[in-house]
Design a protein around this ligand. Structure first.
Ligand code: HEC
Length: 110
């Protein structure tokens, strides 16, 4: 009889751990896949998941603040931040995509 609460505890703990995973997989994981695919278009220069390879002259994006990333992309787009390539690249993304990219990179480990 004493075992029942323990099982309940294990089950509810499992639900706690698994529900964020299930949420991330919502839409059959389509949103997560979409964000990852968008971010992959930056990987050539900024590294996989925004983590630049050591010694790279291009900055890492991983772990930067979401608001900072959005502001930089918009500044490149508007031409208020000078750039060699980013003013061109940023023009290929709408505001919603910039938000998705910024959220993705902000969530990555530095
Ligand atoms: C062709 C290479 C290349 C690609 C692809 C590229 N970047 Fe960049 N990025 C750069 C370079 C170079 C800079 C430095 C500014 C400049 O000279 O354009 C930069 C700078 C940045 C910065 C400013 C970083 C800081 O520390 O202030 C952000 C943010 C950024 N890129 C985001 C992105 C995102 C998001 C993508 C994908 C949608 C992307 N970049 C794709 C080359 C690239």
């Amino acid at each position: 009889m004493k075992k029942i609460p323990r099982i309940a505890a294990v089950l509810s703990f499992g639900a706690l751990v698994l529900s964020p995973l299930a949420q991330a997989q919502g839409n059959g994981g389509k949103e997560a896949l979409y964000a990852k695919s968008l971010a992959a278009t930056c990987a050539n220069c900024h590294g996989t998941n925004g983590k630049a390879v050591e010694g790279s002259s291009v900055a890492s994006l991983s772990g930067l603040e979401q608001g900072y990333l959005v502001a930089q992309m918009k500044a490149f787009k508007a031409g208020t931040r000078t750039a060699t390539v980013m003013h061109q690249i940023s023009k290929g993304y709408n505001d919603a995509q910039i938000e998705t990219l910024a959220a993705y990179f902000a969530a990555q480990k530095k």
